[in-house]
Structure formats: structure tokens, C-alpha cells
Design a protein around this ligand. Structure first.
Ligand code: MN3
Length: 223
């Protein structure tokens, strides 16, 4: 892969656990029991989100890849390829971001970033509080369905926050996500109803900084 072409491709190397195996995208198990995320999220929300929504993106990505394979072998008209790549971008983006999301949250309350990650946050946002201000505002402002994402801008080495619409819009080349907050309504509506801000505030208290730290150090040094 060319070094500059990051976006979804590099997210694939940014190891969502067990996201791809034997030629197919696969749904990884939750890294905790679905009931363990109380009070951040209720068990019903987590199960529906993982078993139905996330699973549907895995299925959609595999279906899109199958169409592309059939175009490559001549079984399907090449005219099918553009739509298949659009479907792949949407569904694969959803799959990868959900893998990241499950590892971005923890039942623990009030973990703090440490070490190299804390240094990067301070360098990039002046302070953890500076990061929280930007992340909260950007994520809250996403119109419709999308994600608030923290990641490494490979041009500067600094951390940046971006809002992603749907699963794939406004991803810049060279951006390596290390933390993701799903603000599609299916992620929070049963518990928080229309109060997205309350959900984001709760998310910010339940970030799994350990996994973000691992992702930062492994990807940063490999890229
Ligand atoms: Mn979702």
C-alpha cells in the first residue's frame, strides 16, 4: 500500500481485533459482557448495536467484496464496480469504526491517559481538558449519523479530532484513528433519548485509554 493512502486502508491495519479472517470480514466478540457497560450503556442497546447493526456492516462489506470479485473474474459487468466500492466504503468503514468503538469504551469510570498518549494529548490540545472541549463540541455538532474520532495526523504527528459523517465521509489521508465515539442514534437512543450531549459526556468518562495508547504507539511507530 502506498504510504500516503491511509484512510480506510490504514484503518484496516490499525488492528480492530479479529476484523478480517480467511478472506472475509468477521464480527469480533465484544471485549466485555454487554451488561458490564452500565451505567454508560444498557445491555439491550449494546446487544442490538453489536449483534444487529455492527453485524449488518460486516455482511454488507462481504457482499460488496463478493461483487467486486465477480467483476474481476468477468462474471459481472464492470458497471457494477462503482456502486460496489461505495457500498464497501460505507460498510467497511462501519465495521472498522465499530471495532474501534467497542475498544474505546470501558466499564471503568474515570480512567486517565498516561505516558506517551498523555504527552501527545498535551502536545496536541494543550491539556486533556483541551482535548475534551474539542472532542465534545465536534462530536455533538455532527449532523445526522456519524462519529467523533481522535487520531494521529501523520503529516504533523499531532493528534487531531474529526467528525465523520456516516462511516466514511471526511476521512483525510494519513489519519490513524485511535478512539471513536459512535453518535448514530442506535448507539444511545434507548438510554439517552435525544440528549446526545449527555451520552458524549458519559462516553468521555468511560474512555478506554489503555487501548488508545496501544493503538497510538503501535501505529505511530509503524507508519
Ligand atoms: Mn453504530
Amino acid at each position: 500500500m502506498p504510504r500516503g493512502c491511509i484512510s480506510l486502508l490504514s484503518m484496516k491495519t490499525n488492528p480492530p481485533t479479529c476484523a478480517y479472517r480467511d478472506g472475509h470480514y468477521v464480527l469480533p466478540p465484544l471485549p466485555y459482557d454487554a451488561a458490564d457497560l452500565e451505567p454508560l450503556l444498557d445491555k439491550q442497546t449494546v446487544l442490538l448495536h453489536h449483534d444487529k447493526h455492527h453485524a449488518a456492516y460486516v455482511t454488507g462489506a462481504n457482499e460488496a467484496v463478493d461483487i467486486l470479485r465477480r467483476v474481476q473474474t468477468g462474471e459481472l459487468d464492470p458497471a457494477a464496480a462503482p456502486d460496489a466500492t461505495s457500498r464497501l466504503a460505507f460498510n467497511l468503514g462501519g465495521h472498522i469504526l465499530h471495532c474501534l468503538y467497542w475498544e474505546s469504551i470501558t466499564p471503568e469510570d474515570g480512567e486517565q491517559p498516561m505516558g506517551e498518549l498523555l504527552d501527545a494529548i498535551n502536545r496536541s490540545f494543550c491539556s486533556v481538558e483541551g482535548f475534551r472541549r474539542v472532542f465534545r463540541s465536534v462530536t455533538l455538532a455532527i449532523q445526522g449519523s456519524g462519529w467523533g474520532v481522535l487520531g494521529v495526523d501523520s503529516a504533523s504527528g499531532l493528534l487531531r479530532v474529526f467528525g465523520i459523517c456516516r462511516h466514511q465521509d471526511v476521512l483525510i489521508p494519513g489519519f490513524l484513528p485511535i478512539l471513536a465515539c459512535d453518535v448514530w442514534e442506535h448507539a444511545y437512543y434507548l438510554r439517552y433519548h435525544n440528549k446526545r450531549a449527555d451520552y458524549i459526556d458519559s462516553f468521555l468518562k468511560h474512555i478506554d485509554w489503555f487501548h488508545s495508547h496501544q493503538r497510538l504507539t503501535s501505529n505511530y511507530h509503524e507508519s
